[in-house]
Every structure is written in C-alpha cells, then in structure tokens.
Write a protein that binds this ligand. Sequence first.
Ligand code: FAD
Length: 483
Amino acid sequence: MTRSGHDYLASLRDGREIWLDGERVGDVTSHPAFRNTAASIARLYDLAHDSAHTPVLTQGGVHRAYAIPRSYEDLVARREAYKVWAEASFGFLGRTPDYMAGGAAGFAALPALFRTESYDGSAAALAYHRRLAEGDLYPTFTLTNPQTDRTRSASEQEEDDLVVRVVAEKDGGIVVRGAKMIGTAAVFGNEVIVGTIEPLAPQDVDHAVCFSVPVGTPGLRFLSRTSYEARARSVFDNPLSSRFDENDALLVCDDVFVPWERVLTYRNVDVSFRMWWQTPAYLNFVHQAATRFWTKLEFLTGVAILITKANNTYELPPVTQAIGRLLGKVAQAKAFVLAAEASYEEVDGGRGGVAPGKDISYAQRIMAGELYPRAVQEVKLLAGGGLIQLPASGEDLLHPEIGPLVRKYIRSPGTPAEDRVKLLKLAWDALGSEFAGRHEQYERFYHGAPHVHLMQQAWEGGAPACEALARTCLDGYGLERTR
Ligand SMILES: Cc1cc2nc3c(=O)[nH]c(=O)nc-3n(C[C@H](O)[C@H](O)[C@H](O)COP(=O)(O)OP(=O)(O)OC[C@H]3O[C@@H](n4cnc5c(N)ncnc54)[C@H](O)[C@@H]3O)c2cc1C
C-alpha cells in the first residue's frame, strides 16, 4: 500500500551515514541542507496516498510506476502518473521514486534474464520489485564507476578498491568494497541499487555485481556534494533550490555485507550489463525522464512568457517569435513521449508486457541533452539584465527605508516590485544559479555521456532502414541516365 508523506519521512530516520561539509548529518528530515527537499518528496507521497490525484498515481493501492504495462493504454496511464509528480516539482526533481520504480518493473518483466548457469538472480530481481512496490519504498541507484581513469577498466585502476567489487563470500551473502558515483537523491531514498550500466571489461568479474541494500546499511557512506538548499537564502529568494535540491552523493561501500536475496547479478559481466538494456528497465527510465523533461520545458517557457509580459516586450515580433520557438521545443519534448508510447514494443513476445519504443526513447536522450541548454539560453536572452538587477533578498523589500526605493525602481507597468522581484528570482534560480548549472549538467549526463548514447543510437537507432532508403534511390538509376 502507498505510504503517507509522514510515514516516508519517518523511514529516513534510520541511522544512515551521510557526510556534508566535514560533518556527519544526523537526520535529513530536520537538517537545513536537506529538510525542505525531504518535505517536497513527502508531498509526492501524500499526492499518491490520499489526494485528488490518487486514482491517477496508483492502481490497486500501488504506485503505477511499479505496474508492468500490458498495453498502450497502460503506458499512457503510467505517463499520466509521471506527469503529476513532475509538475509537483516543475520538473526539477529528476529522480523521484517513480524513476527506479520503472526500472524495478522492467526487471520483473523479464526475470529469466537474471538466471545463468553460475548464479540465479531471478528470485532476487522479483523480490526487489515486490519489496519496493508493496512497501512503497523510494529506490535510488548508483550505476556509474568513479571517473578516476576512464582509459582503464574497473579492475585496472591504480588501486583495487576504487570501484565497488566483491571482496568476500560469507555465510548467507557477499561483502563489497569500493565507490560509485553519482547517487542522485540517494540520501532521500530507502534503498540504493548498486550496479554498472556501461559495458564491463571481461576481466572485471569482481566488479560485475548488482545488489540493492537499505540506505541505512552499516558500512554504506554517502558523501554529499554542496547543498544548494543550505545555501538558499529563503524560499522567496531561491524558490527552487531551497525546496527541490535532490542532492547527489558519492557512495562508498566500506565492507558492506549483502545477503544473497538482495544480489541480482553476481560475477557475470554480461548479465550485469544486459539487465539494464535487455529488460525494459532503461526504456522505463526514459519514459519517466522524458515526461519530466517535457514538464520542465513547459515551466521554463511559462517563466519566459511571464517575464516578457512583465517587461512589456511580449508583443514585440522578435520576442513573440522567441516564445514561439520555445513552445516549439515544448511540443518536441512532448512528441518524444507520445511517439515512444505509440511505437511500443512487446517484451519477451508479450509475456513481459510492453515497453516504450526503443529507437525513439534512445533518441530522446540526444534531443534533450542538446535542447535544454538552448532553451535556457533563449529564456536568458529574453530576460536581460533584470535577472541580475535584483535586491539581495526579500529583506530589502521589507525594510522601511530601502523597501520604498525597491518598490519605485524595480517594477514594471502592471507588475509591482514584489511580484517582479519574486518572478525574476524564480527565473534566476532556474536559469543562472549554481542549482541551475547543476541542472544543465544533469540534462546532459544523467542518462550517460553523449559519446556512449550517440554510439548506441548509431548501432540501434534504425541505421539499416535509412541506408536502405538511400540505397533504393541510388539503385533506381545508373550511367544510362546521364543523358
Ligand atoms: C547531475 C548528475 C546526476 C547523476 N545522477 C546519477 C545517478 O543517480 N546514478 C548514476 O548511476 N549516475 C548518475 N549520474 C552519472 C551519469 O550516469 C554519468 O555522468 C554518465 O554516465 C557519464 O559518465 P561520466 O560523468 O563519468 O563521464 P565520462 O564517461 O567520464 O565522460 C565525460 C566526457 O569525457 C569524454 N570521454 C570519456 N570517455 C570517453 C570515451 N571512451 N570516448 C570518447 N570520449 C570520452 C567525453 O567528452 C565525455 O563527455 C549523474 C550525472 C550527473 C551529471
């Protein structure tokens, strides 16, 4: 059954080991670097648990992202659920619980993939899905090896334990040691799944393992990056970074014991990679992410409209055209979601349900990574210096002496100072703050580096059909058509 936001917050008080600025964080639900974002996530749980959106977000008391879609209609219903949560953070919380929930549903759609001669992880894969769905848990993931030296495989780095690897087998499970980057939202999760989504070299057998453990497991450490929430002056001054800073953390496993029932793949380079790509897990990730991306562009375009209306530039033809260009980008983002659904594919001959179409899902990553910085640039150009010429904080507006000056000089016809400052501070948080810079990097990289997904698109993105069409044209004439 779904949990309330209150129950979700209570579940985070489990002794998890999170480090920030050289200090161990006691409780993320009350710490100034995390508490507002934890509350924003709790609100998502409340929306699913008991609100007007409950019928859209859940099916049979379980979040829809955990359901294995069986038809086109199921995919549409899942996207409608994704959209509700995406709108609740205006697209700025990327790794909400529904992201990895789709991954878990992907594993459960094809458990046979986890069965090999040397290790059978199929029961663990099904148990992972069931545990998360029934407990309405928040699953997060770390699937990327630390950069260290990208020309060497995991086992060839200059020290043995730089990348998570199996160091021992014990009664009932394994012991793992090493690190993974970047655990987005891991500090807010209930479980973290550790694996590798990029190909492993044949010699990386010790690193070819995938398991999911509770975030509070002894020996698991999370080293948080800078907290934008902690740096936020107030909700008025930093309305996004103060509430939607989903955090990114380095995960360190310090001899962590993992029971076998939590080990999905074991010492198998091939399955540890294929579990992401040959189950619908990755396609389900993109379905959530593409819906969120579309929402984020809607939000940025809305901000652009409000700014240009406040500045009274909206009716100027070049400005109206720029808004048209942004709306074209919104439609493009939406089209990728709808087209991936319409081009759905059967999984395992239909036994594993359906998944969004592969070539369009893969192409969405390329489109989004390239389009996002351009959209941000477009809105910045429309906003001009007003984004910068803002009082340091809302305190200036409230001050008896300075407040009247701000009200006189920072305003527009029909937009009093308080509204204008509020709007432009929101815009700066979205477009130019450190939080905004992280979002640009996120949209470029969260689904893998471009050199990886461009190669994958070249291999699996329909090249033969394009080549055949061009070949058909060439084959339709010869030298005899010279004259
Ligand atoms: C904000 C953010 C959040 C993230 N959240 C998560 C998360 O929650 N979980 C998770 O598992 N991962 C997460 N990631 C990590 C993400 O999956 C990786 O960033 C991505 O896989 C790329 O790996 P990398 O960053 O190590 O880049 P690299 O692979 O090191 O690539 C960086 C650049 O180096 C060059 N390069 C490197 N290798 C090659 C090569 N072989 N050929 C050509 N050029 C090369 C390219 O220019 C490339 O763009 C997140 C990333 C970001 C930025």
